[in-house]
Design a protein. Structure first.
Lengths: 367, 328
């Protein structure tokens, strides 16, 4: 059973407790993910983005007539809220659903399976494709790979300017100046406009991607591992560019990364994902100083310390990440957890607020 | 670029030399010999010389008394000066036969080619954008049927349905019985009417390949990251498909379409033969069956030239349409 508990971070988690003890007794597997009970969240204006019980399952086709034989549960119940003007880091190992989460929030991956995505109080998936288009300018994405995310047949000026023109964001007379301005903000020269993406280096291409996203004057940007394809020296430049632009334009970022030191540097809050679930979520300070979930502890113990005299106490996880098509019962992490109990194998843990703004999904903290 | 083209042209000459040599050797080794059949006919006549004597005499006349290599070089020497000799089968200069028949084939192939493009490419795009839908499956099955159907079988089906049962079109030929009595516009209509079935055959047989090709390339592009970028921009779906995706699909498409242009001159040997259309394909079929070495040599070498030009055009176009490719 995957009943989702909603977090209303302003209040305590208590009111939600009342809403669901009955459901826990229902038989499993009968209900499809879309029909599972979900307590809707109320819009709170301090949050630009509210994600509630978001699920995205990809069907696995097989057999003679391409029947659906199962689902890859890439995102399997993710709940968090994102304050305006802040950065949330989303970390986790490869294949845990970070990227899918980012794309599903922006409705770039077909339809969601279940849950809510409220952007400024508006359910993103309720809009028709036509209504969706203006909203796209408000929520942008920077992709991981700057080599494949730029169309090779379009000059850079067109890549950056196309959507600006398409959405009539600036008048025709100001168009060229506006594009020059955006490019300048991102460290690009005006003469780069007529060049094609293949003529640029990786770092410059990522700047083009950033310029492209920011040209639309968005409020919210999903940065999907924006620096993992770049050299370390370039990484710092891009991270600082993103931070500067955030200050300048009051942007909100969802920063997806597996690089914990980058996340620590740029994020205000951090979410830790494991196998499609957000297992822990809180302020960067809380998460890095006081990780609660056993997975977070293991993950953070792997951060190298730049001091040879410090003896690192690494928690090494046994086994590999289970398949998201057939996740373990109960707590999905129980197969690799050193604190695993019988209860962990049977019952799905609920999200709890341990200290103000610090949520964890683990039976260890139920008391 | 110029250096590249010159290099390719020089290479083509070498390739052409060997291709022509192989064709000549094969033609000489054919079991049906024009000279033999003539010699046999002549020797049958009462009071004539013997078969062997005729063979000797005719071989000398037709220049077939030399070995394969020597024969090839004497052919090549004349061919280089533009003298391809007289066709044995048609008993007129090879170039004259060629000039008489090639334009009909070119018009037929050209019309079929245009239909092929305007049918196959949109179908391919639709199939790709609606991957795994009923539309996709329907289009793919039809395309696959087109690829798999042998021309002779499909042509026979068309003839059975439209000529024998419905009587809409003639079974074969380019002109009707009363062609000579018609006005010039009537003659044109008569020919057009006769060309409908051959062109339908050509189109149906050929759209499958191009459609599959478009679909595959389009699918590859549609799954690319930059298409997701385009969607994230909030550009209309129509623009995503035609501006971002199709533009990138054009690279391989223009290449193969450009490359197949010279092929329009080569005629459609099977289709023309099935419908007895006197184009270059049907003409050369008759020549080959009759063992007409000068004409066959000219036709086959001509096809080799067209193929080489086609490949060269494809390579050059690749550089023209793709900004990433600059041949230096």
């Amino acid at each position: 059973m995957e009943d989702e508990k909603i977090i209303a971070p302003v209040e305590s988690a208590e009111p939600n407790e009342a809403a669901q003890p009955v459901e826990a007794a229902e038989p499993e597997k009968v209900i499809t993910p879309a029909e599972e009970p979900l307590v809707p969240v109320q819009y709170d204006p301090q949050y630009i983005l509210m994600v509630n019980g978001l699920k995205k399952h990809f069907p696995i086709k097989g057999g003679m007539f391409s029947k659906t034989v199962g689902y890859v549960k890439a995102v399997d119940g993710v709940t968090f809220n994102l304050k305006r003007g802040t950065t949330m880091g989303l970390v986790g190992e490869s294949g845990c659903g970070k990227t899918t989460t980012g794309r599903v929030i922006l409705r770039l991956s077909g339809e969601k399976t279940a849950g809510q995505v409220l952007f400024n109080g508006q359910e993103v998936y309720d809009l028709s494709p036509k209504e969706m288009r203006p909203l796209r300018t408000k929520m942008q994405i920077i992709f991981q790979d700057p080599f494949s995310s730029l169309s090779p047949r379009l000059p850079v000026g067109e890549i950056i300017g196309e959507a600006v023109r398409e959405h009539n964001l600036v008048s025709k007379e100001d168009f060229n100046d506006y594009i020059d301005q955006v490019m300048d903000n991102c460290g690009l020269q005006p003469f780069h406009k007529d060049r094609y993406p293949h003529e640029f280096s990786g770092g410059q291409r990522q700047r083009i991607c950033i310029a492209r996203a920011l040209a639309l004057n968005p409020e919210f940007v999903v940065c999907d591992e924006p620096v993992s394809a770049l050299d370390v020296s370039i990484q710092a430049q891009i991270i600082n560019l993103l931070a500067d632009l955030q200050d300048k334009y009051k942007l909100t970022y969802l920063f997806i990364s597996h690089d914990l030191s980058v996340v620590e540097h740029i994020s205000d809050t951090v979410g830790v994902m494991y196998l499609g679930n957000l297992v822990e979520y809180g302020s960067t300070e809380d998460i890095f100083r006081n990780p609660l979930h056993p997975y977070t502890k293991a993950l953070f113990s792997a951060i190298p310390v730049p001091d040879p005299t410090v003896k690192m106490k690494r928690i090494v996880l046994e086994g590999s990440i289970p398949s998201p098509a057939n996740p373990p019962s109960g707590c999905k992490f129980h197969t690799r957890c050193e604190h695993c109990t019988q209860r962990c194998k049977e019952e799905v843990p609920q999200q709890r607020e341990i200290e103000p703004g610090h949520y964890v999904v683990c039976h260890l903290y139920d008391q | 670029m110029r250096k590249f083209i010159i290099k390719r042209l020089l290479l083509s000459v070498v390739i052409l030399f060997f291709v022509a040599l192989i064709i000549y050797a094969l033609m000489r080794c054919l079991p049906t010999s024009y000279i033999e059949s003539i010699a046999r006919q002549k020797s049958m006549q009462p009071g004539s010389k013997t078969f062997d004597e005729w063979m000797q005499q005719l071989s000398a006349t037709y220049g077939m008394d030399k070995g394969i290599i020597a024969g090839f070089f004497s052919w090549l020497g004349k061919a280089l000066t533009g003298n391809f000799g007289d066709s044995w089968f048609y008993t007129e200069p090879v170039l004259q036969v060629f000039n008489r028949t090639v334009w009909l084939s070119f018009i037929m192939g050209g019309i079929a080619f245009i239909f092929e493009i305007i049918i196959a490419i949109p179908l391919g795009i639709i199939a790709a954008t609606k991957q795994y839908s009923k539309t996709d499956y329907t289009v793919s099955v039809i395309a696959l049927a087109g690829i798999s159907l042998p021309t002779f079988f499909f042509a026979a089906l068309l003839k059975l349905l439209f000529s024998v049962k419905l009587g809409w079109f003639e079974l074969f030929g380019l002109v009707g019985r009363n062609h000579q009595q018609l006005s010039s516009f009537g003659q044109f209509l008569d020919k057009a009417h006769h060309l409908v079935l051959p062109i339908v055959t050509l189109v149906v047989i050929s759209i499958g390949g191009l459609m599959r090709y478009t679909r595959t390339n389009m699918l590859e592009v549609l799954n690319a990251d930059y298409i997701r970028t385009a969607r994230a921009k909030g550009v209309s779906e129509h623009k995503v498909i035609y501006k971002h995706a199709f533009r990138n699909t054009l690279i391989p498409l223009v290449t193969i379409i450009g490359g197949s242009l010279p092929g329009l001159f080569s005629g459609a040997l099977i289709t023309e033969t099935l419908y007895s259309i006197p184009g270059i394909g049907y003409t050369s079929y008759n020549a080959m069956v009759g063992g007409d070495i000068p004409f066959s040599m000219f036709y086959l070498t001509f096809i080799a030239v067209l193929t080489l030009i086609g490949n060269l055009i494809a390579d050059i176009l690749y550089a023209v349409v793709d900004p990433r490719v600059r041949i230096s």
